[in-house]
Design a protein around this ligand. Structure first.
Ligand SMILES: [Zn+2]
Length: 253
């Protein structure tokens, strides 16, 4: 059963990932509700169903449009694979449970923000407003301990970045602030702080790597929106282990 379900969740993730590409590209351009079918962004040729199969179409066409030979961005199959593998791994780790649906919603948010942040460098309000009722509902059915941790977590998430924005005069964006506030509903007070800490660490590490790779020349912005969501996923799944390991380390000292 495990193999069957993990395969199913992988395919579900691939298909949803392909949809998240469309959401991430169209919401910032306000074309989401237009009925136009998926087309090549270069030659505008409408794509057939067999050119829209997640990952496979990309591989078969060797990453090129069949009509104009223009390269297709690696971002699309990457988002599909991340969603697919993310769904599969979280199923194998959590089994069928409410925590699994919570993790799926976070992976979905991560994939959409990966597209909007890398392509347009924004975190659209529409995306955050779409996830807000979902997160509230998930915490109504599966409340935190104590339940009002959802409220303090949200205020704390919003507050930390608001403070950073005031102190650093724009070191982070309003989008990041709203995003961490939104995630606080799901994570609660202590985990949202942990999530933020993990996100900062990942951000520092990856911008360090980018700097080393580019020979310390260009100042490359690391998209912080998806990094915050990644921090939230790690905090939610491994928060207890991380906090325990950290306290043990402190006691040994
Ligand atoms: Zn084309």
């Amino acid at each position: 059963m495990d193999i069957l379900y993990s395969g199913l969740f992988f395919v579900l993730g691939l298909v949803l990932g392909s949809f998240y590409n469309v959401v991430g590209l169209r919401i910032p351009q306000r074309t989401f509700l237009s009925s136009s079918r998926s087309a090549c962004p270069t030659c505008n040729h409408t794509l057939k169903w067999y050119e829209l199969i997640p990952v496979l179409s990309f591989l078969i066409q060797k990453g090129k449009c069949r009509y104009c030979q223009q390269s297709i961005s690696y971002l699309y199959p990457t988002v599909e694979l991340i969603t697919g593998i993310g769904f599969q791994l979280s199923y194998l780790y959590l089994g069928i449970s409410l925590d699994l649906w919570i993790t799926f919603s976070l992976i979905s948010l991560f994939s959409i923000l990966l597209v909007t942040d890398l392509r347009f460098m924004i975190i659209p309000n529409k995306i955050l407003l779409f996830f807000l009722p979902i997160f509230i509902l998930l915490r109504v059915f599966h409340p935190l301990e104590p339940w009002w941790s959802s409220i303090t977590g949200s205020v704390a998430g919003y507050g930390i970045i608001a403070l950073i924005i005031i102190v650093s005069r724009g070191g982070m964006g309003a989008g990041d602030m709203k995003l961490l506030g939104l995630l606080g509903v799901l994570l609660g007070f202590s985990y949202i702080l942990l999530a933020f800490f993990i996100a900062i660490l990942i951000g520092l590490l990856s911008s360090g790597l980018v700097l080393i790779k580019r020979g310390f020349k260009a100042k490359q912005e690391v998209p912080f929106g998806p990094t915050i969501v990644l921090g939230a996923i790690i905090a939610l799944l491994f928060g207890d282990e991380i906090i325990n390991a950290y306290t043990n380390l402190m006691i040994l000292k």
